[in-house]
Design a protein around this ligand. Structure first.
Ligand code: GAL
Length: 949
């Protein structure tokens, strides 16, 4: 006997019984009924463990569970989520799927509202079901579909009755479609987007296509709305009233992401009125550049997966709006909808608030890379109908959004004829937009040369046109559809990328990977990641690589990105008393912004005011005179200029800071301590000014009344995801090399304790077991009676072939909570993530200094600290230092897998670092640039301690 799962699950076809794809819209007057809510639910272990009797009216589902629709059953207590990056979590044997195929039967009984019209037809729409559905209405099998993040509609009018309609949906986790949906994300089966019943009056609109272009030379917009049911199009603000299919040209304000002007219109057919939100804009490939309304654009983008820490990819409107607002408030101007069309409401928000969109088709076959792309569905004609179906469902659904500039064929699907077929179909249907796909280096099907994670030097070569490549590619503009891998602490090097993007016309920016960590709220761990659900195959915390934490709190990476992509360049020149202002926008002048100036002495603002700045056109710059700085005194003086929103906007309040520049006016005076006190050696103790030391070991034990433990050289940090690097990286992965060398288990040998003259000198050698390399380290203590100065001298010995993770001292304080400092803040910074660190006076608790990376790792350093006060001590740096304090040791942090593993001890561990190694992006990209490596070389640095109060 042979056995096969129900054919529709494993056949390569997109489905059967569904209506042709069309534009997604909300009617003004046709009735609709949301079928979201609580559904009866039964989970089976295989695709056909149960027969279809449940779909029959009268079936008793009384004993079933309930799930929320939209939702994923694995996030509602039935089964578990699985995370893999690109490996299929089932044997690769397309189009077959495992017999173990979790299958969720969903049942919903509904009445039509009393006023539901009796005439016309009805359409049942599913906006997203993963991965394959079979649908019955009132016992009739109406068909099935695949294509998880795409809409599917059925004509159901003839089946409906006023009361007691039984809608039964069988959803299979795995199907042939799963082979096309191998995106790097959780596998989350379920009806995860809206289910809606739409009344279709006689003469209703079916599909329509709004063509609204803008002629930047004449300033006119041309509108033509094609509709397969004829009607009229009115746009009152433009005095437009034309028949469908008829073009009309009128003067308009164009739509751009910076100035998202939308005109409200109506498409009226005999049976229906549909609201239109029309944005006039023209996208073109011209002079080898992506131009909108005649001007090249620079994408300051992010890749956005849909994510909510409890609801997975079932996003509500508020969450979508929160995403767009957060993007706008952080200067982001573009989104790639990695790697599938988002909920359609998200695109409406992009239209309304202004974001450029690359709309990506729901397609990825990355797992075939494991077999050298053999049997890749995109190069197999049997799959082409499914690919074309996906392309059509994407384009037809989203074609009326002005924000969508570019269609993307999908992600990481190798190369093949199927992709070409998709591109050809898309061009035939919509010649008004460009086509993107990253996976084919020849660019045969695309209008843009796109790459992911290319290193800075290569991007620069591409900018200069020195990248070789075939004819077509050479003529295309360049974007990084993914760069700056925001996994854990990082990404580093964003400012360096931005400088390169801004230097070469061909480079049209990029999209940081990615917007949000896909951590799942979990009472065991805080947030769970791959492996936390006992998955057989998984890719750990590679799923947490966003600029937002899972709960949408901005990570330091987002704060850094906001600074790096500011729409206004502000470069102060303390000496000349001027500031250079550059309008870095592509379309708008500076009139939306107000400017302020201020001077700070030792981090405290002493003078401030408004700064008149001309409304520079995009690309223009001006030197603007500043009021004179305050008279020079002993303090360090800095100037600050800020650009803020001049008025409330749709996405941010008046006064919201969009850009700032901070520049030195007078330099800081380094702390000096006259070595007037002498060390006094007792039997067990040596005292020097306010400090006490162990006479035998030379270890500091107290400063004044403040006990200090374990002060010594420290070179280790809990490696970041970017230090560890991705397994496939061939480049140097320092996290591994450091551990191999033993930098996490350095031994401290005491060579001498010398209390002579005005100094206590402690000589040591710090080195790992089994290695000949070491760091000769001398601590030299002096005092003026009240303050204590420590100078640390470090001389590397042996052949150091790796940089150091950090170089500084650490010590423990027994009672510390609040921290005040003058230095970079308010958030963390590292050598290549320090753009947003604003020198000033800051205050925090020790707990609030921690950055809650979902997988714990080095975090929380404050840059350029002149002085800090903690636990009854004040520390001044010569030179400035990196300040870190936490309630656990670096070793604990290093060992933790989840935030829940970190339990505060009694001691606060403080690190004062002279140097930190850069962060880079090697969790999926290049490591830190050479200039951010912390080379093992002779170093000397000092701290001045004084007891407070
Ligand atoms: C890319 C891929 C993304 C994601 C990223 C790493 O190769 O397109 O989906 O996997 O790498 O986080």
């Amino acid at each position: 006997m042979s056995f096969r799962t129900a054919d529709y699950v494993e056949d390569v076809s997109p489905g059967s019984g569904t209506l042709p794809p069309r534009a997604w819209y909300a009617s003004s007057d046709a009735a609709s009924l949301s079928l979201n809510g609580s559904w009866h639910f039964r989970l089976s272990p295989t695709a056909d463990a149960e027969d279809a009797a449940f779909a029959e009216p009268g079936y008793d589902s009384g004993g079933w569970a309930e799930v929320s629709v939209p939702g994923h059953w694995v996030l509602q207590g039935h089964g578990s989520p699985i995370y893999t990056n690109h490996r299929y979590p089932f044997p690769v044997d397309p189009p077959r799927v495992p017999t173990e195929n979790p299958t969720g039967d969903h049942l919903r009984v509904f009445d039509l509202p009393a006023d539901w019209p009796a005439d016309g037809g009805c359409v049942l729409r599913f906006d997203g079901v993963e991965s394959c559905a079979r649908v019955w209405l009132n016992g009739t099998d109406i068909g099935g579909f695949k294509g998880s993040r795409l809409p599917h509609e059925f004509a159901v009018g003839q089946l409906l009755r006023p009361r007691g309609n039984v809608l039964a949906v069988r959803v299979h986790q795995w199907s042939a479609g799963s082979y096309l949906e191998d995106q790097d994300q959780w596998w989350l089966p379920g009806i995860f987007r809206d289910v809606t019943l739409l009344h279709r009056p006689a003469g209703a609109v079916r599909d329509f296509f709004v063509h609204a272009s803008y002629d930047h030379v004449s300033g006119a917009g041309t509108l033509r709305v094609d509709s397969d049911v004829p009607g009229r199009v009115t746009v009152p603000d433009l005095g437009v009233d034309v028949a469908t299919g008829e073009p009309v040209t009128v003067p308009v304000e164009p739509w751009t992401a910076e100035t998202p002007t939308l005109y409200d219109g109506v498409l009226a057919t005999e049976g229906e009125r549909v609201p239109l939100r029309i944005g006039f804009r023209t996208v073109a490939l011209a002079d080898g550049l992506i131009k909108v309304n005649g001007r090249p654009v620079l994408f300051k983008g992010v890749n956005r997966h849909e994510w909510h820490p409890r609801r997975g990819r079932a996003l509500d409107r508020e969450t979508m709006r929160a995403d767009v607002l957060l993007m706008k408030r952080h200067n982001i101007n573009a989104v790639r909808t990695s790697h599938y069309p988002p909920h359609p409401a998200f695109l409406s928000l992009c239209d309304e608030l202004g974001l450029w969109v690359i709309d990506e088709c729901d397609l990825e076959t990355h797992g075939f890379t494991e077999q050298g792309w053999r049997d890749n569905p995109v190069d197999d004609d049997r799959w082409t109908p499914a690919l074309l179906d996906r392309a059509a469902r994407t384009v037809e659904r989203d074609k009326n959004h002005p924000s969508v500039l570019i269609w993307s064929l999908g992600n990481e699907a190798g190369t093949g004829r199927g992709l070409t077929a998709m591109a050809e179909w898309i061009r035939g249907r919509d010649s008004s937009r460009l086509v993107h796909y990253e996976g084919d280096l020849t660019c045969r099907d695309t209008d843009v040369y796109s790459r992911m994670y290319a290193a800075h030097a290569e991007v620069e070569r591409i900018g200069r046109g020195l990248d070789g490549g075939t004819g077509r590619r050479r003529r295309l503009p360049f974007i990084q559809c993914e760069y700056g891998h925001a996994m854990g602490n990082g990404p580093g090097g964003l400012a360096d990328y931005q400088r390169i993007f801004e230097s070469y016309e061909r480079l049209q920016g990029g999209f940081v990977w990615e917007w949000i960590d896909h951590g799942i709220e979990d009472e065991r761990y805080g947030f769970a990641y791959g492996g936390d659900f006992g998955e057989e195959l998984h890719d750990g915390n590679f799923v947490c690589d966003g600029l937002l934490f899972p709960d949408r709190r901005p990570s330091p990476g987002l704060i850094e990105y906001k600074k790096v992509i500011e729409p206004v360049g502000i470069d102060g020149d303390g000496a000349g008393g001027t500031v250079r202002i550059v309008n870095k926008q592509d379309f708008a002048d500076l009139s939306a912004f107000a400017f302020t100036w201020a001077y700070q002495v030792d981090g405290e603002t002493v003078e401030s005011g408004d700064l008149p700045v001309p409304a520079l056109a995009p690309g223009e710059s001006a030197e603007v005179k500043l009021p004179p700085p305050p008279p020079a005194g002993p303090g360090e003086t800095q100037g600050t200029v800020r650009a803020v929103l001049a008025a409330d906007t749709a996405w941010g309040p008046r006064g919201h800071v969009v850009a700032w520049g901070r520049f030195p006016v007078t330099a800081r005076q380094m702390p000096s301590v006259a070595a007037t006190a002498r060390p006094v050696t007792g039997e067990r103790r040596i005292t020097l000014g306010p400090a006490a030391f162990d006479a035998r070991t030379g270890a500091l034990t107290a400063i004044g009344a403040v006990p200090v433990t374990g002060l010594r050289l420290d070179v280790w940090r809990a490696t970041t995801d970017n230090d560890d690097g991705a397994a496939w990286q061939t480049d140097t992965r320092y996290g591994l090399l450091w551990r191999r060398l033993g930098l996490h288990r350095m031994r401290h040998r005491l060579d001498a304790v010398e209390a002579e003259g005005d100094a206590l000198t402690v000589r040591t050698r710090v080195a790992p077991a089994a290695r000949e390399v070491g760091l000769a380290t001398v601590y030299r203590w002096t005092s003026d009676g009240g303050r204590l100065r420590l100078t640390v001298s470090v001389s590397p010995e042996g052949d150091w072939t790796v940089p150091l993770p950090r170089l500084g001292i650490r010590f423990g304080l027994s009672a510390a909570d609040r921290v005040r400092w003058f230095g970079g803040g308010p958030g963390e910074a590292y050598p290549d993530t320090r753009s947003a660190a604003l020198p000033g006076r800051w205050e925090s608790t020790v707990d609030d200094l921690q950055t809650p990376y979902v997988r714990p790792q080095e975090n929380g350093a404050r840059a350029d600290v002149r002085w800090a006060e903690i636990g009854g001590l004040r520390v001044e740096g010569d030179p400035e230092f990196w300040f870190t304090a936490r309630r656990w040791t670096t070793e604990h942090l290093d060992a933790a897998a989840h935030l829940s593993d970190l339990t505060p001890g009694d001691t606060v561990w403080v690190n004062l670092d002279h140097g930190q190694h850069g962060i880079g992006s090697q969790s999926c990209g290049p490591g830190p640039l050479p200039r951010y490596r912390l080379r093992a070389e002779p170093a000397e640095f000092s701290f001045v301690f004084s007891p407070l109060g």
